[in-house]
Write a protein that binds this ligand. Structure first.
Ligand code: M6R
Length: 365
């Protein structure tokens, strides 16, 4: 049942390219994104005052990526709120607000309750769900399923990747309706999206490199993930994966925020995973890498192939992923982060598929 892998998590990590293909290919026809299952008219999109993303855990981290991606593509405000907070923050929602609800299981009680509240306040609800016929899917105005197949490991991997793929589809679809990006940019992003599964396969083929880094770092008591913009959003997910299955204390920070407090925690032997895939901010993040190096941290860098040599001048080790359109980087960068958490937990002998204190679907508030 684990397809020859030691854990469901490993199997599910390896299934990601195929899961993304299944999620995007039926929705791309003649060079365009076609979302027949999306209950949104051109007028709805034009009148939309903002998008409210509502989710928990890793699905919330997809939402963090969505903020950067959708604001860039649509030039509409995107607010991302933890579902467990949404009902208690007196959210500003109108009948022109689109609530974008993200949930693998479709049963997370916090997400469901927040979604009902958004609906009550007049928002239209679009959900991104993996489990067909789940409560969130049934109660939404429109649902875009992620075709990841059953996800067994508590730590989500292929659901995250396919949720992210759906965010690109929504972004491109709405951008076309709005005319908010030029056609050549639309074409470029769409073709890079279609290339993601192959590029992901390349990363997966080289997974032994990451296993090697895990064997060096698995005993570090504390790890920090730093990055800016989308790299920061991916860092949040990398940090959660690590905590969840390896029980190593870790935090993710927007790289520029370190000097406002956290840098006091950096001492010789602290591991800092520095994400610097986003080219426009590469130099800025590298300046933070220099700061942590000078305080004795070990730095494991993550960037694209084209910047790997540059990053290796400062970082102790560098993992690189294929180059792609900047907005699509999270789809690739998340894979080494999942693998790192997996191999670290493996070295530590943890119960990877069923980490302590956690359930796959959280149906209590
Ligand atoms: O099923 P959902 O996407 O609504 O679940 C949300 C979170 O409970 C979930 O993403 C959790 O954080 C994962 N175990 C993380 O790997």
């Amino acid at each position: 049942e684990k397809g020859g892998y030691e854990h469901f998590m490993a199997k599910e990590i390896m299934e990601q390219p195929e899961a993304i293909r299944k999620t995007i290919s039926p929705r791309i026809q003649d060079g365009r994104v076609v979302l027949d299952d999306l209950a949104l008219t051109a007028r709805d999109v034009a009148e939309m005052d903002k998008l409210c993303v509502i989710a928990c855990g890793s699905s919330y981290h997809v939402g963090m990526n969505a903020k950067y991606i959708l604001e860039k593509l649509l030039r509409k405000p995107v607010e991302v709120t933890l579902a467990s907070e949404f009902r208690y923050c007196d959210p500003i929602v109108t009948e022109h607000t689109l609530a974008l609800v993200i949930s693998q299981s479709g049963e997370t009680i916090d997400t469901l309750a927040a979604m009902r509240e958004a609906k009550r306040l007049g928002a239209k609800v679009l959900s991104i769900v993996n489990v067909v016929g789940s409560t969130i899917a049934r109660e939404s105005d429109g649902v875009l399923y992620t075709w990841a197949g059953p996800e067994i490991a508590v730590a989500t991997t292929k659901a995250y990747s396919t949720q992210l793929a759906v965010i690109y589809l929504i972004g491109l679809y709405c951008a076309q309706l709005l005319g908010s990006i030029p056609q050549d940019e639309y074409d470029g992003i769409l073709s890079e999206l279609q290339a993601i599964p192959d590029k992901m396969e390349e990363i997966l083929e080289n997974r032994s490199d990451i296993q090697y880094f895990a064997s060096i770092y698995f005993n570090h008591p504390s790890m920090f993930f730093i990055g800016r913009n989308l790299d920061y959003a991916v860092g949040l997910e990398g940090s959660l994966k690590l905590k969840e299955i390896s029980y190593i204390h870790s935090e993710a920070y927007a790289a520029g925020e370190l000097k406002h407090g956290t840098i006091s925690l950096i001492e010789p032997g602290t591991l800092v995973v520095a994400l610097a895939g986003y080219g426009a901010l590469f130099e800025k993040t590298m300046s933070n890498v220099v700061e942590v190096k000078s305080r004795g941290a070990d730095v494991l860098g993550l960037t694209t192939h084209s910047r790997a040599a540059e990053m290796a001048k400062t970082a102790d080790h560098v993992i690189s992923v294929p180059d792609t359109h900047p907005l699509l980087l999270p789809s690739l960068e998340v894979v080494p982060m999942q693998l790192l958490a997996y191999y670290v937990a493996l070295q530590r002998g943890c119960d990877i598929d069923k980490p302590r204190n956690l359930a796959k679907s959280v149906t209590v508030e």
